[in-house]
Design a protein around this ligand. Sequence first.
Ligand code: HEM
Length: 148
Amino acid sequence: MAMLAGAYLWIVAAHVIFVIFWMAGLFMLPRYLVYHQEALAAGRADEAALWVERETKLRSIILTPAMIAVWVLGLLLATVGQHWGAGWLHAKLVFVLLLSGYHGWAVGYAKRLAKGVMRLDGRTLRMLNEVPALVATAIVVLVFVKPF
Ligand code: HEM
């Protein structure tokens, strides 16, 4: 690990690049779900099929690889930078777990929509769109301000 200390800033840069990709995907997928569900509810089967294709591509090309990279690089930073004892990191991990859980929920919802199952009403789905922005705000404050 000591030999990686000189590369610390490069690892931070890579971590932030993949954070941007992951967040971009987490902002896009829930919006797709709203449009997908509206198409399904209105009986526009062709359009719904297009959303299934878009969601699958977004998931496999951006969302899942970016989430894995963020986790691997984040855990590496915590180890190389010896941050494991820090309160801000523990709090950040709680929020990152929340974001990962949200990721899993959105992917699961997309898979259910692909089978024609609509569990939530449009309003709830739209409100849930705001979750990634709120959680990301908390994470960025914790990382930069390090209040504890
Ligand atoms: C997956 C688990 C994660 C772990 C273990 C982790 C850990 C870390 C660590 C140890 C640092 C270095 C902090 C420093 O040197 O002061 C860091 C930097 C950073 N992380 Fe994460 N992180 C994770 C996920 C995330 C997520 C999901 C976001 C945003 C939504 C994020 C945003 C950032 C930012 C913006 C920085 C740069 C801060 C700086 O300039 O030093 N991280 N992360």
